[in-house]
Structures are given as C-alpha cells and as structure tokens.
Design a protein around this ligand. Structure first.
Ligand SMILES: *Cc1c(COP(=O)(O)O)cnc(C)c1O
Length: 427
C-alpha cells in the first residue's frame, strides 16, 4: 500500500501552516499524520491511498444526512447554474431563514453569516450592546469558535493542543470573560450575586460537545434561564452543534427552554459554510441596518450554502427522522456498553441522540476539570486501533462522535465489532 497521505502532508506543510487549515485536523493528539481525503459517500470517506472508513466525524457535525447526499448535490448543481454569489438578496435566503424561524420558536428574527465563530462573535457584541454591559460568562471546556473573547478556557482543538487560553488575546479583553465550571449552578448564582449587574450575557453549549460530550445535569439550563432573567442578562444558547442535531428545534426543544439568543452553524449549511444567530425581535433589531450594532458579510447568505442548508432542513423535517437517529445511537452505544462490560474496560460512555463519546476514564463526568483527567494516551491507541479497522473517529478525546442518517446497521455492527477488538487489545 502506498502512503500518499504522508507525502501530501509533507507537501502541505511547505505552504500551509502545520499542513492543515484547522488545527483539529492534525493528528497531534493521536500520533501519525492526517488522512488526506479524496471523496466521500454516505457514511464512508475514502482517503488518497484507496482506503475506506466508516466516518463518525461527519465534517465535525454538519453532515447529518451523510456525505454527498443526492438531493444536496442536485440542489447545488441547479443553483450554481445561475451563479455563485451576487452580493444582493435572494429568495433562497428567505427560504432558509423562514425554516429556521419556524423550527426554533425563540428565534423571531435571524441573521445569516458564514461560520459558527462569526455567529457567536456577533451574538456577544449584540448582547453587550443590548445590556450596555461588558462582561460575559462562559463555561470551562465549552467552545464557541475562535473569537478573542471566547478563547478563554475553550474546549475542542484548543484543549486538545493544550492551549485553552490563546496568546494574542489581550489581557484586558480576556478579563471580561468570566469562566465557571459547567453544570454548576451554585457557582453561577454566587458570581451573579457579586457582579450580576455588570454582566451582559451567559453563553452556554446546552449540551457540551467540545470537551467530549457532557450532557447538562437536571436543572442546570433551567436555572441559567431564570438567573439570567433575574439579572436582566441575555442568555445565549450556542447550538452550533446541537441545532437540528438533537431535535429539529435543537436542544432548546429537547429541554423545553427559550434562550434570548441562539447561535447556529454546522447542520444549517449542509456541509457548506454557514452560521446564524437569532432570537428576540427586540434584541435582534439592534443590528444594522435596523439598528446601530454593526455586522456584515461579503458572502453571507451565499446561494450555494443556502441551497445545501434548505435541502438538509427539508429532509430533517420529515416524519420519524430523529427517532431513526435515536435508534442508531441506541444500537451503537448498547453495543459499545456491552463491549465495555465484557472486556472489563473502565470507559465512560455518553450519548444524546446521534451524538456520542467514549471517555477513557471511569464516570460519571460532569465538567471540564473531570474530563481533563482522561487517559489521552489510551484514547490515542484506541483511535489508531479503530482506524486500522476502517473506523474514522475524531483524532482527539475531547470531541463528540456523530452518526448520520446514512450510517447503516452494517456500519454500526462493524463499528461495535471493531470497538470490541480495540478494547480487548488495549486491556
Ligand atoms: C463548531 C462550533 C463553533 C464554531 O463554528 P465554526 O463554523 O467552526 O466557526 C461554535 N460553537 C460550537 C458549539 C461549535 O461546536
């Protein structure tokens, strides 16, 4: 077998810093070199060396329908016939925006942008403008994109590479970001008692998906809702992963809560670059051109991205989709759970619908401090064992696995069998 990935990685490093355009793609935490991908279809990705893998990264969340879904490909072909970008409004933007507004009742008005980072960055600016306050609260291990204010105790790649507090973020800005442990409502309450009047917003991943997968404990999110209301702060749900993933209306539908602002991304672009933020009309109307809070984008509402997003949401709106995803998640995790028992491994498994994570540490785990104790060396070995068997997992312990509608029973069985062998070897 050739190793064209190796050669391409060497070549890439001559021109692209670190050889990758997003650090999470480097295999730094698991060893070896990243696979260079030639194409993908359904649940499978194909590398440049002709190997095939069952893909649980799914482009880090967007591809809930699987790769190269025929109706997405078709919609893109039809759209591109007419052009690629106009810098002027199109009907497609209304279609996607209205689907979002109908799906998520807390979103009365929405603004479409190009990435999750942009969505969150803009939502924070808006919350600060709306409240006239500067400080924000985020939770340790939550990742909200790479805007300066949010690269404080950030999860995902920042945690994987051991740089949750990035150099280059001015101290004077970072000190406006107050960080608290996830799932600890008492800490929030204590902080708000001290300085609630000066805080613009609380931003939270309603299901933490960037320190591995850590579900919210009972009462945590509802508590945030009532505390932020009490102190007249803006509650922002960062649903860039969970939006249209755990339910059509996102985590807020699942838990029956209504944040003031919501950030979306990933799935709503169907694999093309899109983000969105939206919420209460009264707050959203502060954005230009209606109001004074500036936020713009040359390619925002790009017709190709709109077409892919619209098709994705159309399919997700069909009956029984989330039940099907739940069933796939259940089957996969029941299999892994059984393997854990049979091999006597001390893994801790979390799952919500089609999101799952295997932690190399006994559970239960509720926050970043605990998650950081995982045996990342073991994860690296596990990752390599799975890869060798044709299963492509995230190259980091601190990421969530994603199932898509394209993952077949056969894919899931193969994964369970591979997982058994990997756990057995690791013993
Ligand atoms: C991926 C992600 C982001 C950032 O989105 P990008 O499109 O990568 O900029 C923000 N928040 C959460 C919760 C994410 O998972």
């Amino acid at each position: 077998m050739t190793d064209r990935s190796q050669a391409l990685f060497a070549e890439a490093q001559k021109y692209i810093v670190g050889g990758v355009n997003s650090p999470v793609r480097a295999f730094k935490a698991v060893g070896g070199r990243p696979l260079f991908i030639k194409g993908a279809e359904g649940s499978r990705i194909f590398d440049v060396d002709g190997r095939e893998y069952v893909d649980y990264v799914c482009s880090w969340g967007p591809l809930i329908l699987g790769h190269s879904h025929p109706s997405i490909v078709q919609a893109l072909k039809e759209t591109i016939e007419h052009g690629t970008s106009y810098g002027a409004p199109t009907e497609l933007e209304i279609d996607l925006a209205s689907m979002i507004v109908r799906a998520v009742p807390s979103i009365e008005l929405v603004r479409l942008v190009n990435s999750g980072t942009e969505a969150v960055m803009s939502a924070i600016r808006l919350a600060r403008a709306y409240t006239g306050r500067s400080k924000i609260i985020k939770f340790e291990g939550c990742y909200h994109g790479h805007a300066d204010s949010l690269l404080v105790k950030a999860g995902s790649g920042a945690t994987t590479l051991g740089i949750p507090d990035s150099p280059g973020v001015p101290h004077d800005l970072a000190k406006l970001t107050l960080t608290l442990p996830y799932n600890d409502l008492e800490e929030v309450e204590r902080l708000l008692e001290r300085e609630g009047e000066g805080i613009a917003c609380v931003i939270v991943e309603p299901i933490a998906g960037n320190m591995g997968l850590i579900p919210p404990v009972e009462g945590f999110l509802a508590g945030l809702r009532s505390l932020t209301a009490k102190y007249s702060m803006v509650l922002i749900f960062d649903e860039v992963i969970t939006g249209f993933r755990v339910a059509y209306g996102g985590a807020q539908q699942l838990y029956g809560l209504s944040p003031d602002l919501t950030c979306l991304g990933k799935i709503i672009g169907g694999g093309l670059p899109v983000g969105a933020y939206g919420g209460k009309k009264e707050i959203m109307e502060l954005i230009a051109p209606t109001g004074p809070v500036y936020q713009a984008g040359t390619l925002s509402g790009n017709p190709l991205a709109m077409a892919a997003g619209i098709q994705t949401l159309k399919i997700l709106a069909q009956k029984g989709i989330y039940e099907e995803l739940e069933k796939k998640g259940q089957r996969l995790c029941a299999g892994i759970e059984k393997n854990i028992q049979e091999t006597g491994s001390s893994l801790y498994l979390t799952r919500i619908g089609s999101m799952f994570c295997t932690f190399f540490q006994p559970g239960p785990l509720f926050n970043y401090q605990q998650v950081k104790g995982c045996d990342t060396g073991q994860y690296a070995q596990y990752f390599q064992h799975m890869l060798t068997q044709g299963i492509y997992l995230a190259p980091s312990q601190f990421e969530t696995g994603f199932l898509s509608l394209a993952h077949s029973e056969g894919d899931i069985e193969k994964t369970i069998t591979s997982n058994y062998k990997a756990l057995k070897t690791l013993k």
